[in-house]
Design a protein around this ligand. Structure first.
Ligand code: GAL
Length: 422
């Protein structure tokens, strides 16, 4: 296997400088490389990406992949580096981007991307994706990215050992949650692991708590700006969120999201709400479902699936356009998706994934995706634009410590007034 070139932030910045120094003409010359930009550095996700690279190597030996990663969950740091590169005329060949508002509002409407409907059409894949998924990667009738997966946001990971020890059942409702949380707290065990050293993890939790109170229709209406934040159900969600903060681990503000998921598998905390990249993390660490971890939909959200999708597109002026088209075709293929997702902890965006390659958890996620009410994730770019999400994350940074519900409602409403679609 070829040696993979690993580049981090520093090298990417150096490359930027060099390319400018060499002049645009030279930068645009096609080479036998393919630079793929993502934030997949953690256990599970880095391995899944590597599996897809290996499949690419197999199909296109001779093209060298440059693995340009910028660490930080949910793209905390990567998105800023990407913006600098795109605005500086130095796009990576292809980059990880969330399907939905993040893709369309940030990159497509502003004219940075090439339409790539032809990639799906040429490969005969147009009908291999659900219509709703095609919809969120499309703008004015053209497809702008290839979704490699579907992740679920509203998952509660729990420790079967701790629940058995105290003879408790995993919570189905918010009331159940507070009942079991009390028992853990009384026994000196953090009921809920939170790893919000990057604040998006708190926003991630919040979207599930809102859905639990509003149900899917009002949840959607809230993100469309049609429901006010002082709505009684939204307010009770914020009240519950504030109450939940009474049951979290002391070190939450210093802890990364994957480590919080790890706390559950290590028996250091009873529950954690995180997307199913946590499953990918568990696989990578050798933690076993049923033994070290298990899952339920987040309390009050059974029958609903908060979805997000990672996708890759073709920036205008991508240095190696032909190689990108090969990459995108692989991303859209069954082999590509079935190499990546069983390791990543996500389900294929395609409808024809080979279920035998996926574990028990992912098979259940596929069943739920096929039958649940699907709503878009806020914390991961599907439901709202990036400026709105950035503002929500800022509000959350304060709310997780001051727990001032009235103030949060006022601020969330002001953000909605400013950023919600008119
Ligand atoms: C999400 C992304 C996932 C995973 C997660 C944690 O935004 O869609 O694939 O990377 O962040 O970093």
């Amino acid at each position: 296997m070829k040696k993979r070139i690993m580049v981090g932030l520093l090298v990417a910045l150096m490359a930027t400088t060099m390319i400018f120094a060499q002049g645009a003409a030279e930068a645009k010359a096609e080479s036998n490389t393919l630079e793929i930009f993502s934030w997949w550095t953690a256990g599970g996700e880095a391995d899944g990406l590597e599996a897809m690279y290996n499949e690419f190597d197999r199909q296109y030996p001779g093209i060298e992949i440059i693995n340009a990663t910028v660490a930080g969950g949910a793209g905390t740091n990567a998105k800023a580096v990407l913006a600098t590169r795109m605005q500086g005329g130095n796009p990576p060949d292809s980059f990880q981007v969330h399907a939905g508002h993040e893709l369309i509002d940030t990159w497509v409407v502003s004219g940075f991307m090439e339409p790539i409907t032809f990639v799906l059409e040429d490969a005969g894949y147009m009908d291999k994706f659900p219509a709703d998924v095609i919809d969120i990667i499309s703008y004015e009738g053209e497809v702008y990215s290839i979704p490699v997966n579907i992740h679920r946001s509203n998952v509660m990971w729990y420790s079967p050992k701790l629940f058995a020890q105290f003879n408790l059942q995993p919570p189905k409702t918010m009331a159940d949650f507070f009942r079991v949380a009390e028992v853990f707290k009384a026994n000196g065990i953090p009921a809920l692991a939170l790893g919000d050293n990057e604040i998006w993890a708190a926003t991630h939790l919040l979207e599930s708590v809102i859905l639990a109170h509003t149900g899917p229709d009002k949840y959607n209406a809230l993100w469309e700006g049609k429901v006010k934040w002082n709505d009684a159900q939204v307010r009770s969600a914020l009240n519950d969120f504030a109450k939940m903060m009474g049951y979290i681990n002391r070190d939450h503000a210093a802890l990364a999201n994957m480590d919080a998921a790890g706390y559950v598998a290590e028996g250091k905390a009873a529950m954690n709400v995180m997307g199913d990249w946590a499953a990918g993390y568990y696989y990578s660490q050798g933690f076993e479902q049923g033994e070290d971890w298990d899952w339920v939909p987040t309390p009050g959200t059974s029958g609903n699936f908060i979805m997000l999708s990672d996708s890759f597109g073709l920036p205008k002026n991508a240095p190696n356009r032909d190689n990108v088209i090969k990459w995108l075709t692989l991303c859209a293929s069954q082999e590509g998706q079935d190499a990546f997702n069983p390791i990543k902890g996500s389900i294929p965006a395609r409808i024809d994934g080979d279920r035998s390659k996926y574990d028990r958890y992912l098979n259940a996620a596929m069943d739920d995706f096929a039958s649940d009410a699907i709503v878009p994730s806020v914390a991961h770019g599907a439901a709202i634009s990036e400026p709105w999400l950035t503002r929500i994350n800022d509000i959350m940074s304060v709310f997780v410590t001051d727990l001032d519900v009235d103030k949060a409602i006022t601020e969330f409403q002001a953000a909605a007034d400013r950023y919600a679609p008119k």
